[in-house]
Design a protein around this ligand. Structure first.
Ligand code: SF4
Length: 464
């Protein structure tokens, strides 16, 4: 078993039994489900909206070369410097080079999962830069030195008490666990960071080819401040974020808000199109956009699974996944957790090391049903399983299927399977669930099904 699989298994075992953890997640998601359903019902035809969103993404991805060029040309026309990064390493180098050239010391960041994907914070801190997350949830997990727990709700696994504790320890404040007081403490700290930051850093929810603009969606206004105050701004985004037209946002912004947080629309939806233009009163003097591939083009080349790039990172599939709800986000050991993480991580980080994630699913299909851009995640998990076996078949599986084929091709042999199984089951019953049991990993938590006392064929024969 690979190290990531081992880590997943041992952590899942602990967390699935942790009733407090489970309770926190259930409570956090209960309210989400109510408001999400209410907002969905406000759409004239939610299923038609999903179909339209899927088709728009299909168009964007199938003509990505053209739309990316258009996006970049429009951005550059307003003075933005665009950088292309094939790998996470290249993206980190580009960003730290910009920081060095500006003699920057501090960076204030708004939420960007792409930066988590390339481990940007660790790399920049290693070089001596101060990196501050300004999204409240991200700020809390950064203080706890943890990765985000969820794509949309980074601190979902924490109670108010946990947050009070970390604020008291790291910021020397917090006399109560009142959410308003806690928010004010974070706000006081962060306001100072915005004022003194040399660089503002954001991710992007969408990139509009037609206008060359970056669309950022948020609820706290932190991304606005991140972009408005520092003199230099950097945006890092994956190349799959492109949408063809500005009017597409009329569909995608409400879809993202509804699926992500259950809101009709998030509080702040801002478009960034370049550095401060003559006559404008705010905005950065210099704007850099880093476009990240990091194996996305390999996924794009896979016609069968290409639509996994349609993902708008709303997190809805995580919220409905029975596995995520029981084992939590950190157990996956990946940037993107839940069903979408299980589908794309093997593509981004290696199929053999991460194939176990394809099995961390009940295949109930709830993720496919909820996805606003209609990615058939459950089927993609099956594709990943098949590809992993094709690439490197396990000896036990190979032998198992050989035996299966041998028996099922020979009716004379097959006839003896039932009686032999019934005898074997008597002996198996003596060791079932113990370490002597060859099927221990299965039977330690379940009972083996009983073989029927009579096969259908025997019953049919007797009946006549
Ligand atoms: S796969 Fe679909 S449901 Fe899951 S995060 Fe992406 S867009 Fe949302």
């Amino acid at each position: 078993m690979t190290a990531p699989a081992q880590q997943f298994k041992s952590q899942a075992r602990v967390l699935a039994r942790d009733l407090r953890h489970r309770e926190i997640i259930q409570v956090a998601l209960r309210n989400y489900e109510v408001v999400r359903d209410k907002t969905r019902s406000a759409f004239q035809d939610y299923q038609a909206a999903r179909q339209a969103a899927a088709e728009t993404k299909w168009e964007a991805l199938n003509h990505l070369d053209r739309y990316l060029e258009q996006f970049v040309a429009n951005l550059e026309a307003r003075g933005t410097r665009v950088h292309w990064a094939s790998t996470g390493q290249q993206a980190r180098e580009i960003i730290s080079e910009i920081l060095r050239s500006k003699k920057a010391r501090s960076i204030v960041k708004s939420k960007a999962m792409t930066s988590e994907e390339i481990h940007l914070n660790e790399a920049l801190e290693h070089e001596g830069f101060e990196v501050v997350e300004s999204d409240l949830g991200e700020f809390i997990v950064q203080l706890r030195k943890e990765p985000p727990y969820h794509i949309v709700f980074p601190a979902m696994h924490l109670t108010r008490g946990d947050i009070k504790e970390v604020f008291a320890r790291e910021l020397g404040g917090a006399s109560s666990d009142n959410p308003e007081e806690l928010t004010m403490i974070a706000r006081r700290v962060l306001r100072q960071k915005y004022i003194h930051a040399d660089i503002g850093f954001t991710g992007a929810n969408f990139a509009i080819a037609e206008t060359g603009m970056i669309s950022v969606t948020e609820n706290e206004g932190n991304a606005l401040l991140t972009a408005a105050l520092p003199k230099t701004m950097i945006t890092l985004l994956g190349i799959e974020k492109v949408l063809p037209r500005l009017e597409d946002l009329a569909l995608f912004l409400p879809m993202l808000a509804t699926s992500g947080t259950g809101q009709a629309l998030t509080c702040y939806n801002t478009m960034y199109g370049g550095p401060r233009q003559p006559g404008e009163s705010d905005g950065p003097e210099e704007y850099h956009v880093v476009l990240l591939d990091n194996r996305r083009t390999e996924l794009l080349a896979d016609a069968e699974q290409r639509d996994a790039l349609h993902c708008i990172r709303c997190g809805a599939c995580l919220n409905v996944c029975p596995i995520f709800r029981n084992v939590g986000g950190h157990t996956y050991g990946t940037t993107y957790s839940g069903p979408i993480g299980s589908v794309i991580t093997p593509h981004l980080r290696g199929l053999q090391d991460w194939k176990h994630l394809s099995y961390s699913s009940s295949l109930c299909g709830a993720c496919s049903q909820t996805c606003p851009v209609k990615i058939d995640l459950a089927h993609h998990l099956l594709h990943n399983r098949r590809n992993a076996v094709r690439q490197k078949p396990s000896l036990i599986w190979k032998m198992g299927f050989k035996v299966f084929a041998f028996v099922f091709n020979r009716p004379g042999v097959y006839r003896w399977i039932g009686p032999m199984g019934r005898v074997g089951q008597i002996f198996h019953g003596m060791i079932q669930g113990t370490r002597l049991d060859p099927a221990y990993s299965w039977t330690k938590t379940r009972k083996a099904p009983k073989i029927a006392p009579q096969s259908f064929k025997e019953w049919w024969k007797e009946r006549r």
